[in-house]
Ligand binder design. Sequence first.
Ligand code: HEM
Length: 252
Amino acid sequence: MEEPAPRPVRSALAWLVGVSQVLGLASVVLTGVWMGHYRGGFAWDGSAQEFNVHPLCMVLGMVFLHGDAILVYRVFRNEAKRNVKVLHGVIHLLALVISIIGLVAVFDFHRAAKFPDMYSLHSWCGMATIVLFCIQWVMGLMFFLFPAASSWLRASYLPIHVFSGLVLLVMAIGTCLLGITEKLLFNIMKTYSAFDPEGVLANILGMVLVCFGVVLGYLITREEYRRPPNPEEESLSVHFKTLTEGGSPASP
Ligand code: HEM
């Protein structure tokens, strides 16, 4: 059996995960309050209220759920790896579905209002993030959940997958910051510099998103919070490899 992590490491991990959840939930609530209270609420009829679905779904899907999908490997450190992988894939799928709803909302709103599509830096960064997110999800499915690749290929791809996950989170948060600024300039350009309450709320949202990214980045990159290697799972995987690739357990 693997030694459990020292107590201070476990309690720091628990605190940081708690802080990340408070920040993530706060970002979703702030987006909901901004769109619900200051921008007239939500609808699905091509109106400005349909646009409001866009930021809410993007913050919930591309930032909060995406971050939590990554965190499952730090939170469920001692659960069976296969179950954690399934949870990781399912939360990512949920994030993707919610983000696609948010994307449909903004394109639908643009079509109804006869606004041009894909002209802004925000929309370019956003589209790149979504496309890469889809590719990352499909690759993860192929390599880890239904492994079609050899164990060597999987081991080589893992660091790229982990790095890409973090890059995608940074891209999603950066895209949100661009979207927030753009929305403020569209709606409250004249009063923004006078500390309009809507502008202050949106600025706080941006800062909360940045803090969420920083806490998550810290949690993901610290060696002591990594899932400990499980000798039983390792040996099972060696036996499986032996059976499927025809070597002996002792062979290299
Ligand atoms: C990762 C999160 C996000 C992604 C991937 C994303 C993606 C996109 C895309 C692809 C468009 C272009 C739609 C079109 O051309 O018809 C768009 C439009 C827009 N989004 Fe976002 N968005 C995100 C978050 C946000 C947030 C948080 C806001 C804040 C209010 C926002 C505000 C806007 C605005 C104002 C537009 C219309 C103007 C434009 O096309 O740039 N977005 N978004």
